[in-house]
Design a binder for this molecule. Structure first.
Ligand code: DAT
Ligand code: MG
Length: 138
């Protein structure tokens, strides 16, 4: 079986707050492999593809605006069960209630801009991972 891969993003809030290194340290300490990493300033078209499943939801436009507010670090990450494992490291979507010990739980909070500022993205399935990796590492 080929080793699983996932797309991780350190979102604009994580990059702007200087947390990229701390987040990478957790990923490396967990033992996953960095296959590729790049700084990306995504345009709207790339983000519409990435967040297609959320089109039309109330938070969709603010989410795209936030994601265009600065660069993200895109990471191609590999390891057995890395999709589930990274989402476990990240914690639940809302950083206020994400468990301490997770990236969102330790570094995230509500800054008055809803939950979109939650530091990281991780693909949620093999299908999503393949689709999203093609969008960010074209
Ligand atoms: P996750 O990033 O945990 O996979 P998701 O795929 O449901 O969460 O949503 C994508 C992003 O959209 C999420 O990281 C933050 C934002 N988001 C989700 N639900 C939201 C809500 N109710 N209000 C504001 N932003 C939201
Ligand atoms: Mg998601």
């Amino acid at each position: 079986m080929a080793t699983e891969q996932t797309l991780v993003l350190v979102k604009p809030d994580g990059v702007a707050r200087g947390l990229t290194g701390a987040i990478l340290a957790r990923i490396e300490a967990k033992g996953y492999s960095l296959v590729d990493i790049r700084l990306v300033e995504p345009d709207r078209e790339r983000l519409e593809q990435h967040y297609a499943e959320h089109a039309g939801k109330p938070f969709y436009e603010p989410l795209l605006e936030f994601m265009m507010s600065g660069p993200s670090v895109a990471i191609r990450l590999a390891g057995n069960r890395v999709i589930e494992g990274f989402r476990s490291l990240a914690g639940t979507t809302d950083p206020t209630s994400a468990a301490p010990g997770t990236i969102r739980g330790d570094f995230g909070r509500d800054w008055g801009l809803a939950v979109q500022q939650n530091l990281v993205h991780g693909s949620d399935s093999v299908e999503s991972a393949n689709r999203e990796l093609a969008i960010w590492f074209d």
